[in-house]
Design a protein around this ligand. Structure first.
Ligand code: FAD
Length: 403
């Protein structure tokens, strides 16, 4: 006897139709969000989302869940500010608790030039009405007492900046929330359904070939993160992307010790604590191209080393799990949300190590692009053509690289 024997399937299988008004490749956060906004904002419900793996098996549920909008570049800030607006109401909108927790993010500074950069970034944020506050070492000591703020520390802290409205969200809930809400409006989602070919006729998308058969469609959106270059090659496009592995880990759970996110740009280290008590640690990408999810142990060692230099009190903690995700690194570090030279083919990629935070806005913008075949203003600077015109969107040089 099983008490759950009559529960409905969480993700019921529906038959694959021979044609859809739009097909989205990738049941990650961005693909599922786009499907939801297509259905809820544009009334397009004859949509299929296909994934070669399982729902939320990609980076959407491998990331470290940081949500923020503390960018210097106006286009990045606009996109992530819109996302923050949507994050605030997302649980209600989807009727699914995505556990958005605006607990604040502190970027540490270790030199006066880093403080200058943070001040400049904070000022830019405030111009847009986004709260930012510079912190002294004393402020940081009060807010994060477990951090080593001793001037003799391995990485002496001279100050920092906080975005109070930033936070975290429950990543797999985001995938499931969008998926269930989209399905309720009629969207079909297919797992274990790899796209193996894309057919075009006279410069237009005509169909996709999948492991489950051919689907005719006039609109195809690639939301495949690390799978984007491979898919684009199917129609002869070369993407300005490189695949790298990004690793993270969680420690065993402990009592609450850290009530905000802390980032340390010198070594691209960041840390937060989950509601269960685990510390979530992340670091830099592995320094070479990789399309597997097996990480380099040296990168992981570096994460642990930097963590202990900032938080010596965590020395006795055991790491429970490590994992990696293949991130699609663009040449300027900014996303691609774009039409392509093939009519009806749209690309949402290049989110590097920072696409989770943008999920709701990226989905909303992509949905508008697909539905109207125009470029929404938030996507205006993220076109593919910037890599030929040189109008790149770069945060580089604008202070310690946050995560
Ligand atoms: P994914 O979930 O990867 O979705 C892409 C999907 O496409 C996959 O499910 C894949 O199976 C499918 N696919 C690929 N090829 C095919 C094909 N041929 N046919 C069918 N399906 C295909 N971002 C933040 O904002 N904050 C963070 O704190 C953060 N931390 C991160 C930490 C780690 C360790 C990693 C790996 C990433 C992190 N990111 C973070 C980045 C963020 O996770 C990604 O930018 C974002 O999730 C990408 O969008 P997505 O959710 O749609 O991708």
């Amino acid at each position: 006897w099983r008490s759950n024997a009559h529960w409905p399937e969480a993700l019921p299988e529906r038959p694959l139709k021979p044609s859809y008004d739009a097909v989205i490749v990738g049941a990650g956060g961005h693909g599922l969000a786009a499907a939801w906004y297509l259905a809820s904002q544009h009334g397009m419900t004859n949509i299929a989302v296909v994934d070669k793996g399982w729902l939320g098996g990609g980076n959407v549920a491998r990331n470290t869940t940081i949500v923020r909008s503390n960018y210097f570049h106006p286009a990045r800030r606009a996109m992530t500010n819109r996302a923050l607006e949507l994050w605030r109401g997302l649980s209600q909108e989807l009727n699914y608790n995505v556990m958005f927790s605006p607990r604040g993010i502190i970027n540490l500074a270790h030199s006066s030039s880093q403080m200058d950069d943070l001040a400049r970034r904070g000022n830019a944020m405030m111009v847009d009405g986004v709260g930012a506050e510079l912190l002294s070492v004393e402020d940081i000591r009060r807010r994060v007492p477990i951090l080593d703020t001793d001037p003799q520390a391995r990485h002496p802290i001279v100050g920092g900046m906080v975005q109070h409205e930033a936070g975290t969200a429950r990543h797999d809930a985001v995938a499931w929330g969008y998926a269930r809400a989209a399905m309720a409006l009629g969207v079909d989602i297919f797992q274990n359904c790899e796209v193996t070919g894309i057919e075009t006729r006279e410069g237009r998308v005509e169909s996709v070939n999948t492991g489950r058969g051919r689907i005719a469609t006039p609109r195809l959106a690639l939301c495949a993160a690390g799978g984007t270059s491979h898919l684009a090659r199917m129609v002869g496009l070369t993407m300005p992307l490189e695949n790298h592995l990004l690793q993270a880990c969680v420690t065993e759970p402990v009592k609450p010790v850290l009530d905000c996110i802390v980032t340390h740009g010198v070594h691209n280290f960041y840390i937060s604590q989950t509601d269960k008590g685990e510390l979530v640690l992340g670091g830099d990408i592995d320094g070479y191209n990789n399309a597997t999810s097996v990480g380099d142990p040296r990168t992981f060692e570096e994460i642990a080393r930097v963590c202990l230099s900032l938080f010596p009190g965590f020395e006795q903690l055991r790491v429970m799990r490590t994992w990696g995700g293949v991130v699609d690194m663009s040449m300027d570090g900014s996303p691609i949300l774009s039409h392509t030279s093939i009519d009806g083919l749209y690309v949402n990629a290049g989110w590097c190590y920072g696409g989770f935070k943008a999920t709701p806005a990226a989905g909303e913008v992509l949905a508008a692009m697909i539905a109207t075949d125009t470029t929404p203003s938030l996507a205006a600077e993220f076109g593919l053509d910037r890599f030929t015109t040189g109008a790149v969107v770069s945060e580089e040089g604008h202070g310690p690289r946050p995560w």
